[in-house]
Design a protein around this ligand. Structure first.
Ligand SMILES: C[S@@+](CC[C@H](N)C(=O)[O-])C[C@H]1O[C@@H](n2cnc3c(N)ncnc32)[C@H](O)[C@@H]1O
Length: 232
């Protein structure tokens, strides 16, 4: 008997002792056991706030592509994918040496298994390859270069954003992103920071708000992004 079966057997015995019965999760709803519903609710709310605002979605720090799938699907689901895309920036091999040196407590192995091939494959499986585009490299360079190239190719008004989601867990990449992307966010658009316990995103956000004179707004619910800037 493996560990899980033996634990289940113990739970069943305990419940029986207390006159209760163990119910297996309904097979049709099994995904509900693994999905982070509160996180999804928070993402849906964030998208809802900018649903009627024009512009693209940019995520800085893609990880395994979870938000690319959620936000790409939301663009498709709301039939906005012919005008708006999701752009995701990451090294696709975890933090850079500089980030590890700059920010205490980051792990060099935490995000290393999310290669660009792995993430693109997930995106293909969800039918989102025409909606989600990925830019590989250190954000310090890849983001300003991408903005410059995009402006050169399509003119200065090519990369306006309704939502910028910053999730790098590190100070300089977050600060660089805020500085490069704020002016591209349309009025009514949002820059959200997903900082939990680690990294310097929070410091970057507070500093940036002081410098740019913008106001931080707190999320309403548990698991909401801790704060965001609503561009007026
Ligand atoms: C917390 S994870 C992102 C998780 C993802 N947003 C999600 O919700 O599933 C942080 C990501 O930022 C990336 N990252 C951190 N510093 C970076 C840098 N300087 N350049 C590019 N990517 C970076 C890491 O590779 C990692 O994948």
């Amino acid at each position: 008997m493996n560990v899980l079966s033996s634990l289940k057997a113990k739970v069943k015995t305990l419940l029986k002792l207390h006159g209760d019965t163990y119910h297996e999760p309904d097979a049709r709803d099994k995904y509900l056991e693994t999905i982070e519903l509160s996180y999804l609710y928070s993402m849906f709310n964030l998208f809802n706030r900018v649903q009627k605002v024009p512009g693209h979605i940019v995520e800085v720090g893609v990880g395994a592509g979870r938000n690319a799938i959620v936000l790409g699907k939301l663009l498709k689901f709301t039939s906005q994918h012919s005008n708006a895309k999701y752009f995701g920036f990451d090294t696709f091999e975890s933090y850079t040496k500089l980030d590890l040196k700059e920010n205490d407590g980051l792990s060099s192995t935490r995000w290393k298994d999310n290669s660009i091939e792995f993430v693109k494959n997930r995106i293909d499986n969800h039918g989102l390859n025409k909606i989600c585009e990925f830019i590989v490299g250190d954000i310090r360079r890849s983001l300003p270069e991408f903005i410059k190239e995009s402006h050169a190719r399509h003119g200065g008004d090519s990369l306006y954003c309704r939502l910028v989601y910053i999730d790098t867990s590190s100070y300089t990449p977050s600060k660089v992103s805020l500085e490069a992307l704020y002016e591209l966010v349309v009025p009514g658009g949002i820059i959200a920071i997903d900082q939990r316990k680690q990294g310097g995103e929070w410091k970057a956000l507070v500093e940036f708000c002081e410098e740019a004179g913008c106001k931080l707004v707190a999320g309403d619910n548990y698991n909401d992004v801790p704060a965001y800037i609503l561009k007026e």
